[in-house]
Design a protein around this ligand. Structure first.
Ligand code: KG4
Ligand code: ZN
Length: 344
């Protein structure tokens, strides 16, 4: 009989420090979140209008230990109880990554616990496994965050294939930059989402960049420039209408490429992941348009879309079960190689 005490995915501590959230979580069986603690640095970076890498590293150093201790306490487990440790290895801000990565390696070495490095992007995709009804494999996932915008065929918790990606700005980056232009502060995505609710999405016509016909790649820099020019030449614009019209242009583009990918692959189950997947209009349009086309759509809870460590623990549990282990001499990486592989 299978002895669950030897399952390395039984009780995993996840650590995430790739950007401006210090997060720790304990996940049981790769599926059940026992605790998920996030120490947000938003207030520290807001005065600068974006994430200051040096400041992020310093805050991670201050916040990491208390965050892990709280996650263990809330899960009512001790370090000895863990079956493994999962830590974000990249991509992200190198200085920020190194804080969580070095700490996790040191704890793994001292405790003798198995450790695995996780791609932050794979973490976002594995957040879906923490839902009550996870989507079946293979499914198509649109990963939309502050740093990435890609379409993946997700074949399993440890295997995915990128079908298309942004050639310039990420969708979240476009939201944040446009919010800055409109004087809405940082982070901007959520501010645009809120204001857009009382705006008219057809008030202004902004470009919907489709790039080459049939391509699954995205481009958002032209839309960003169009917004900049619009703001310069239209001093009396209505900010709610601009937010709604800009948001609609992004949502239209994201949905169009996803449904194109569904047609091209024949995959009938679609999901969203990443911070921009919190966007209320994207969720609504994606669901409505998907159902209209006879597709199944799974939307993760907003708390699982933005950066957290439960998704890292879930992805790590699958990798630990697949027998993967991190060498204690491995490095964190700010960018992934083509194909998304991490250095062992
Ligand atoms: O996944 P995430 O938390 O961090 C990264 O890995 O980048 O995503 C953060 C991004 C930011 O650009 C933020 O503005 C955007 O997600 N975001 C939103 C919303 N909530 C967060 N964008 C649009 N609408 C939202 N409601
Ligand atoms: Zn993220």
């Amino acid at each position: 009989m299978f002895d669950v005490s030897h399952d390395p995915g039984r009780l995993v501590l996840g650590i995430e420090s790739s950007c401006d959230e210090t997060a720790a979580s304990v996940v049981a069986g790769g599926r059940q979140v026992l605790s998920s603690v996030i120490a947000s640095q938003v207030k520290d970076h807001a005065p600068y209008g974006g994430v200051v890498p040096e400041l992020a590293s310093r805050r991670h150093l201050q916040n990491l230990l208390p965050t892990v201790q709280l996650a263990l306490r809330q899960a009512a487990v001790s370090l000895e109880d863990l079956s493994g440790i999962a830590v974000t290895q990249g991509p992200g801000l190198l200085g920020a990554l190194l804080v969580g990565f070095s700490w996790a390696k040191a704890v793994a070495w001292a405790s003798g616990k198995p450790i695995v490095g996780v791609s932050h992007l794979e973490g976002h995709l594995c957040a879906l496994n923490l839902e009550d009804s996870p989507p079946p494999y293979p499914h198509l996932a649109l990963l939309v965050s502050g740093g990435h915008t890609s379409i993946y065929v997700v074949e399993s918790a440890v295997a995915c294939r990128e079908m298309g990606r942004t050639v310039d700005d990420a969708a979240g980056e476009a939201f944040d930059k446009v919010a800055k232009m409109l004087g809405l502060g940082y982070p901007g995505g959520i501010a645009i989402d809120k204001l857009a609710k009382s705006g008219n999405k057809r008030a202004y016509s902004f470009p919907r960049p489709r790039l080459r016909d049939g391509s699954l790649d995205f481009s958002f820099s032209g839309l960003k420039t169009a917004l900049w020019q619009f703001c310069q030449t239209t001093p009396d614009y209505n900010v709610e209408d601009v937010c709604a019209s800009f948001q609609e242009a992004v949502v239209d583009t994201l949905c169009a490429k996803m449904f194109l990918a569904a047609r091209a692959t024949g995959i009938k189950h679609l999901t969203l992941a990443g911070g921009v997947a919190c966007n209320s209009r994207l969720r609504e349009a994606f669901m409505q348009e998907g159902l209209k086309r006879g597709l199944q759509v799974t939307l993760p809870a907003p708390s699982l879309c933005t950066d957290n460590a439960a998704m890292i623990a879930a992805a790590g549990a699958a990798r630990l079960r697949a027998g993967q282990r991190l060498s204690l001499t491995a490095d964190a990486v700010s960018r992934l190689k083509r194909g998304g592989a991490l250095p062992a």
